[in-house]
Ligand binder design. Sequence first.
Ligand SMILES: [Zn+2]
Length: 122
Amino acid sequence: MNTKDLEHYKAKLTSEKAELESELQEVGEKNPTLKEGWEATSKNIEVDSADENEVADKFEEYEGNSGILKQLEGQLTEVNAALDRIAKGTYGICQICGQPIEKDRLEANPSSKISIKHNHKA
Ligand SMILES: [Zn+2]
């Protein structure tokens, strides 16, 4: 892959990363003591609230945020791995067969690490 293409995908990945991080901040906060880095939060959670319904709502919000957070974290991990492959010079190479990944596919999903053909399930 030429430098111009690499720069193009790097820019896409970098903006995707910024977007994911700002979405993560909506549902969680960065926790440097956790390996994963993020943990779900519920805004204004009050565990000592007298209103049981309110507590249940907050808990539901936390559960929902937790699910979203996991999904976003997974995407962020993929994006970071792709940026890492750019740095190492292995970006755009299929990890199954070693052939270049289709440009259309990278355009649609710049963190792809395998070619379209391997996605087809019999
Ligand atoms: Zn392949």
